[in-house]
Design a binder for this molecule. Structure first.
Ligand SMILES: CCNC(=O)c1c(-c2ccccc2)csc1NC(=O)CNCCc1c[nH]c2ccccc12
Length: 328
């Protein structure tokens, strides 16, 4: 089988996150979830949550579904690097994405979420597309929806085609040859830590010469920005007049009037180009804008987040433990 769903950015002009529709239970309850290659829990806002933690999100109601079955004694709790977190209990439930169903998917029901999620009306939870080793359910960790449906897919892949300020697609079981230009360049991934972790071959700022250097990164649709080593970030903003490492934000900002250079990353001999306009993440006051490229700090790897993803078609190939990039 193959399935395709729209990936819609929120808020419209900032692309902070991308959500896609997921159908849960019988009769179907459709929720918009963040598809996240950087984590491996499928969790949803639910009717078990305190009203104070809900602000417009659609809630999953297990009692309203004839196919939900409590996974007794199982709980989950997850914390992300931005300090956001959620936790709760688990049911087995019918989960359908783009027409592809899995009848007994571990669906993690939130009975508590942190403010970052409560204050985000666009998303009713997350669908992890990382490797199942990262799943937080105890006492027995659970498989992701993609892992569960993998044997039924026409090809053991999913393709991510995010766009700037416009709906893109997640495709399961196929690669849409009309969605990209040229050929797809693949590189092996190391999934031992549960991430889609790759080694890029270098970078280039604008039209400056390409700098060959190994960049150890994860491909992460759940992280908004492109997080890179300090030296690379410094080299990028050195070409942005008026940019600064803003003391109060602890992040690079620049004058919104600045013309931003493109950022190119290498995958082997392939060169992926992120247009300068994609590197403006958003306005923080009348004249100041927030950079879409930021320092990875003391993280042991870089994060190829949405700022990079939206400039490419990315093939997550679980069959051959590799990841592919193509221009579009
Ligand atoms: C900021 C989100 N990213 C991270 O925390 C993260 C980190 C990470 C760890 C420490 C400090 C900064 C980042 C490593 S891998 C990684 N990736 C993930 O954790 C992927 N899942 C993010 C889910 C998520 C958390 N808060 C959100 C707000 C909007 C959309 C998605 C999210």
């Amino acid at each position: 089988s193959t399935g395709i769903v729209a990936a819609t950015p929120f808020p419209a002009e900032y692309d902070r996150e991308y959500v896609a529709p997921v159908s849960l239970g019988t009769p179907a309850q459709e929720l918009n979830l963040i598809f996240d290659t950087g984590s491996s829990d499928l969790w949803v806002f639910s009717t078990s949550m305190p009203a104070a933690q809900v602000a417009g999100q659609k809630l999953y109601n297990p009692s309203g579904s004839s196919t939900s079955a409590v996974l007794w004694g199982h709980t989950w709790s997850i914390q992300y690097g931005d300090g956001s977190r959620s936790s709760g209990t688990v049911v087995n439930e019918l989960v359908t994405i783009g027409g592809i169903s899995y009848a007994s998917q571990a669906l993690e029901i939130a009975n508590g979420v942190s403010a970052q999620f409560s204050q985000d009306p666009a998303s009713s939870g997350l669908l992890g597309l990382g490797f199942s080793i990262l799943n937080t359910v105890i006492p027995t960790s659970q498989k992701t929806w993609f892992d569960n449906v993998l044997p039924t897919l026409a090809a053991p892949v999913f393709t991510v085609d995010l766009k700037r300020a416009a709906p893109g697609t997640y495709t399961f079981g196929a690669i849409d040859a009309s969605s990209y230009a040229g050929k797809i360049e693949y590189t092996p991934i190391d999934n031992s830590n549960g991430f889609w972790r790759l080694q890029a071959s270098g970078y280039q700022v604008g039209t400056s010469p390409f700098q060959p250097t190994t960049i150890d990164a994860i491909a992460d649709t759940g992280t908004t920005l492109l997080m890179l080593p300090a030296a690379i970030v410094k080299a990028y903003y050195a070409q942005v007049p008026g940019s600064q490492l803003h003391a109060s934000y602890g992040a690079y900002t620049f004058p919104c009037s600045a013309k931003l250079p493109s950022f190119t990353f290498g995958i082997g001999r392939y060169r992926g180009v992120i247009p300068g306009a994609f590197v403006s993440y958003g306005r923080i006051d009348a004249t100041t804008c927030y950079g879409g490229i930021q320092d990875q700090g003391n993280l042991p790897f870089s994060i190829f987040g949405d700022i990079l993803m939206k400039a490419q078609v990315v093939v997550f190939d679980a069959g051959r433990t590799r990841i592919g990039f193509a221009a579009k």
